[in-house]
Design a protein around this ligand. Structure first.
Ligand code: 1CP
Length: 333
């Protein structure tokens, strides 16, 4: 059985598999080398040969237990014919949403437009480097995708004041997102993804009164859908105020925690397997601090099914040797 399945399905506590959010990316010189020659990020995600190669880069370098496919949550709006661009040092920029264009997209158009992603998952999952490991497919959660599709860029400075003004549009878009996320999930699973992670990166922007409509209900729909394929699903409702309540209501197979929550409280209150938590900034310090902080998480979760990961994506400034050291500490624990 693969390492993540041992923990998530068999609830094994004697192993601590490790993979890292954004493990394929900018902190790796071999990634930057490819990126330099491929200024268009979307095109790079749709180049099955290069995206497979990038996915495997961290697997070749470190003793990680899972490959996560090099793609982006914003391939969904792209597949729905909302233009997406990635500007250097700024992040994603989306063109204003045109509901009629999105409504015209059918399953066939969508799958054809982003098909190289599925081919890459297929290549990666069959590669001998990944043989005994997991291949992770992923999507953005409906709320987080809605945020980008309406806000049109990163909501780091908060949402636009009139974000919720067009109720008709929001309702329609959420339905479309649900439909196409299921198509996207199905194709990833049918091509070899054997774990799914759902990123709700902007869950923390909502007030608790809005969780039911924008986080719980849309997540339940996707979690149940993934479960129908017998594939385990990990949810990451980043900076949600109450992870325990989220787990009880949404019932994912495992939950990824962010670095602002107290891991000890989590270990005592959450019954399902847990993933992640370590602050990615710890990887910018030194090996001694890294070791201490890593062992803190491993000690807290020593009797809990636990997958080692960070509390958010690895930072571009991280030195690869720090990740190498982290993997060593986890493996030697
Ligand atoms: O080279 C570059 O400039 C591109 C940087 C980059 C990379 C490497 C982006 C732009 N996306 C990715 C890949 C990516 N994105 C992966 C690959 C697999 C891996 O983990 O190794 C994954 C899983 C994502 C998921 C993703 N994209 C999320 C969810 C996770 C998270 O970080 O919260 C989000 C919010 C995005 C949007 C996005 N894409 C890229 C950026 C810089 C952002 C965030 C911008 C913002 O703050 O709004």
């Amino acid at each position: 059985m693969t390492p993540l399945h041992e923990v998530i399905i068999n609830k094994k506590t004697t192993i601590n598999p490790i993979w890292i959010m954004r493990q394929a990316g900018r902190y790796l010189p071999e990634f930057r080398e490819i990126r330099k020659k491929n200024p268009n990020f979307i095109e790079l995600c749709l180049n099955e040969k290069l995206s497979s190669e990038i996915t495997l880069q961290p697997i070749k370098r470190f003793n990680l237990d899972a490959a996560i496919i090099f793609s982006d949550i914003l391939m969904l709006p792209y597949g729905l014919n909302q233009k997406v661009e990635f500007k250097k040092n700024f992040g994603p920029i989306l063109e204003p949403l045109q509901l009629d264009r999105v409504l015209k997209t059918n399953e066939e158009n969508f799958v054809n437009k982003i098909n190289p992603i599925y081919k890459a998952i297929n290549h990666v999952s069959k590669n001998r480097l990944v043989e005994d490991k997991n291949t992770i497919g992923f999507v953005g959660a409906p709320w987080t995708l809605l945020v980008y599709m309406i806000n049109l860029h990163s909501p780091k400075k908060g949402l636009k004041e009139d974000f919720f003004k067009d109720n008709y549009l929001i309702k329609n878009i959420l339905q479309i997102i649900d439909k196409f996320l299921k198509i996207h999930l199905k194709n990833q699973i049918q091509n070899g993804a054997n774990v799914i992670q759902i990123f709700d990166s902007w869950a923390g922007l909502l007030e608790e009164k809005d969780y039911q409509n924008y986080i719980y209900d849309p997540s339940i729909s996707l979690v149940n859908y993934v479960k129908s394929f017998n594939v385990p699903v990990i949810c990451f409702p980043r900076e949600i105020k109450n992870y325990q309540k989220f787990c009880e209501i949404v019932k994912p197979d495992a939950v990824n925690i962010d670095y602002n929550v107290d891991p000890l409280t989590i270990s005592k209150t959450i019954k399902i397997p847990v993933q992640g938590g370590l602050d990615p900034k710890i990887l910018l310090t030194d090996k001694e601090i890294l070791e201490k902080e890593t062992i803190k998480y491993l000690d807290i979760f020593k009797d809990h099914p636990y997958i080692f990961n960070l509390g958010h994506g690895i930072l571009p400034e991280t030195k690869p040797e720090m990740l190498e050291h982290l993997v060593k500490v986890v493996k030697n624990y």
